[in-house]
Write a protein that binds this ligand. Sequence first.
Ligand code: PMP
Length: 422
Amino acid sequence: MASFGGVAVFNARMPLNPARVRADFPILQQRVRGKPLVYLDSAATSQKPEVVIEAMARFYRESNANVHRGAYKLSEDATAMFEGTREKVARFIGAPSAEGVVYVRNTTEAVNLVAHGWGRKFLKAGDEVLLTEMEHHSNLVPWHLLKRDRGIVLKHIPINDEGRLDLSRLDELCTMKTKLVALCHASNVLGTINPVAELAAKAHAVGALFLVDGAQAAPHMKVDVGSLGCDFYAFSAHKMCGPTGVGVLWTRPEILREMDPFMVGGETILEVFLDHSTFRDPPHRFEPGTPAVAEVAGLGSAIDYIESLGLDSIHSHEESLAAYAQQKLAAIPGCVLFGPRSGPRGGVACFNLEPIHPHDLATCLDQDGVCVRAGHHCAQPLMRRLGVVATARASFYVYTSTSDIDLMVESLNRTREFFGCR
Ligand code: PMP
């Protein structure tokens, strides 16, 4: 076994061994109420391996200084790490250069940056933005403000009953009036993986730009912004074994150079006079103030870690866990499953156990040390389309094994008994 960035390198095509991977995550070693912790909420945030925690601690212990400012070695080292990680991020998503990589706080901030920096500058009344019915609020609400303030028109690609995009009316929805098509690469509720390259080609054919919310994709599968045809790609470090507080907006540099900064101040400027200022080139024009330097160290380490496991191996591991979970859940009387039952999908199993409210379900599972999410998953329009107010959701990652799913299913059966379900 070779070593890469301080972590063991497995063959990228080798199946993941979740028991071995689990040992890398200190938090997963604990017991909850005397039972092993079964963490099935990785779509909300992933757990962090020791190497990532250590990379951040080491930065604070050995290299902490502000970036881009000091003429001393500590600051130069911090800057080299910060800019070196930008190059690593570019390589991770197949971007030709680091110029298009803007550090933001998370996916939400990334989409807001596009709405403010590009949307407010280039969109006018009557221009259309095409979204989908399965979007997270992060890729809906920023466009609502532009609708209110600029008079843009929002359209949505519907979903079919299987939980995939219904593209039968695409020609009607995506026209010369469409200026941006923006959608999630993978749904945080349905697990659907969308045909991004096909939709990018359609967007470009009508002269629109193409934004991908990669929050649920970049951590789980190989992403190549070039072959996908993206103009904007957004993701968060905290869902890919990295820390909270840092995320990425990648933008095609030609577009980024034309965008307005969204927040300004130190770092973003070239020259400041009392009554006006001039701005730096991208990406620094979009990174005001002191950035999340230690978190960027964590992000770099997280990329090394998940690449050492292999993105293809991660994807197939999660796909088989999703199939296993669906099969086990479908066998429970009263269990209603949401999302595609076949074809490409991510590691998410969304379900309800009728007639138990998903919040009660999550509370009962917690008694057995099983962490699942219950609620609308920041996708209220999708909940309406599914005809529910909330669901339970189990989501998987590199450390999840079939035995975690078995423990959840045992706990669900106990919960049914507790509620007197037949
Ligand atoms: N988009 C999708 C599809 C998500 O699942 C999430 C997180 N649940 C977000 C956007 C927002 O991510 P963040 O909270 O890191 O900004």
